[in-house]
Design a protein around this ligand. Structure first.
Ligand SMILES: [Zn+2]
Length: 453
């Protein structure tokens, strides 16, 4: 309780705050690396069983569910609230992590080491931090007999790092009963602080609440033409046709579309910092760069993107193949799906076919209402100089699966971060780590938030 802006040390620390660091450290020690392949992904079952055990020790009845394949473990628990007529709030987190190459790291990525004021390891930020905070608060509520204002559903999930195919997406398709009565949900990636310079020379901590996510689409392009000998005149070459289409798509700048979440974020930042963002300017990305590394995420939410990522054609140097294929990673702003597809069709031309390998819709909700007020109050109670602002995530989370079920989703995993920390670089990065005091702060905020949800 030493940080500025906290209550004085007169109040003893809550049970949840006392145990959160241990919980996060232990969670990291489960190697739950998701390789994207069923055969080599491991550890989710063991981690889920440990989470279930922690919940059961606190008095919960838990349900363990495998999402479509052996070992893909998920755990659910419910805590009844004072007013069962209100819809339930779900707090969800994924247990899997992306793989880590140990030789690149300062500490072993699955050590969960607590050192220099940080908990280190794969998942420290994405997202065993929030899993630990959720688990700590869930345990405390049950042990102390706390009755929250509405039903709470705690969900610990598999396979987020592979788009939730063997996790949230499967559960939404096959076990919608697990989400009965859930009207709202919070998960990653939001609630973290971004320190910006104010006009008067002071600083302001903005807490970015995720209210929207771009759509995700992996698109296969295929050119079919005439096969033939590599030494002949040959105008009808699938490789050339595909390469031209890929180049046009990869260098194309899609139109700028300011969704409500992005517009509200930019307005709030302008108000605090005095930096003007001119959406009409060809250099809007340059203006955003003044915000520092977070501009990598914010900049990607201004327009659709289509990045070619895979190419495949041919089998012999002197054979012109009949087909050539590419894969393009497409990220689409809410409301733009149909317009995006039309624009892509024009760019690739009539000689190239396209199909979606994976297509997950965008979603967007408004930054208002009781739950948003509760997030704001919880942040202000523990950081009176903070300010919550909405923003759009350029990537995807499990929220996409739950939004399909009609659940209103937010990213809210509160962390107060030191201004110099390059937070976005820690996601899937080397030396991923989370400050101990940020975890303790986040646990206090989560406790406050759930008690007023
Ligand atoms: Zn994540």
């Amino acid at each position: 309780m030493s940080a500025a802006g906290e209550k004085s040390g007169a109040e003893p620390e809550s049970r949840a705050v006392s145990e959160v660091v241990d919980l996060v450290s232990t969670l990291i020690r489960f190697d739950t690396s998701n390789t994207g392949e069923l055969e080599t992904t491991q550890g989710e079952r063991e981690c889920a069983e440990w989470v279930a055990d922690q919940l059961q020790q606190a008095g919960y009845t838990t349900e363990y569910v495998e999402s479509g394949a052996p070992g893909r473990g998920n755990v659910f628990a419910r805590l009844p609230g004072a007013d069962p007529s209100r819809g339930a709030l779900m707090i969800h987190g994924h247990l899997d992590v992306v793989p880590a190459e140990a030789s690149d790291w300062s500490v072993h990525p699955f050590s969960g080491a607590v050192r220099d004021g940080y908990v280190w390891g794969r998942g420290a930020i994405d997202m065993k931090d929030m899993v630990g905070m959720t688990l700590a608060v869930a345990r405390q509520f049950k042990i102390e007999g706390t009755v929250p204002p509405r039903d709470l559903v705690f969900a610990f999930l598999a396979d987020e790092e592979n788009g939730g195919r063997w996790g949230s997406q499967w559960l939404a398709d096959n076990r919608p009963d697990l989400f009965d009565g859930v009207t709202e949900a919070v998960g990653e990636v939001g609630g973290f602080s971004l320190t910006v310079p104010r006009r008067d020379g002071s600083e302001r901590r903005l807490y970015l609440v995720e209210t929207a996510e771009k759509g995700l689409g992996w698109m296969r392009l295929r050119a079919k033409a005439r096969a033939g000998h590599g030494s002949f005149l040959h105008e009808d070459n699938a490789v050339t046709i595909l390469a031209q289409a890929v180049a046009r798509l990869g260098t194309h700048t899609f139109p700028l579309v300011l969704s409500d979440s992005v517009a509200e974020f930019l307005a709030a930042v302008s108000e605090e910092t005095g930096i003007e963002f001119d959406p009409g300017s060809p250099d809007i990305e340059g203006q955003l760069a003044k915000l520092g590394t977070i501009s990598r995420i914010i900049g990607a939410t201004l327009r659709d993107t289509a990045n070619p990522t895979m190419l495949h054609a041919g089998y012999k140097a002197n054979v012109i193949p009949q087909t050539a294929e590419a894969v393009v990673d497409c990220r689409v702003v809410p409301g733009r799906r149909a317009a995006f597809e039309r624009e892509v069709d024009e760019l690739i031309g009539p000689d190239v076919e396209r199909e979606w390998i994976t297509a997950l819709d965008s979603y967007e909700t408004t930054f208002d209402g009781h739950l948003v007020d509760a997030m704001n109050d919880a942040i202000l109670a523990h950081d009176p100089a903070g300010r919550t602002v909405p923003y759009m995530l350029s990537g995807g989370t499990d929220a996409k699966a739950f939004a399909r079920l009609g659940i209103r989703c937010f990213g809210f995993a509160p962390l107060r971060l030191p201004p110099e920390l390059d937070f976005s670089a820690l996601f899937h990065g080397v030396d991923e780590r989370v400050p101990v005091d940020a975890l303790e702060f986040g646990t206090r905020v989560m406790e406050h938030f759930l008690l007023h949800s």
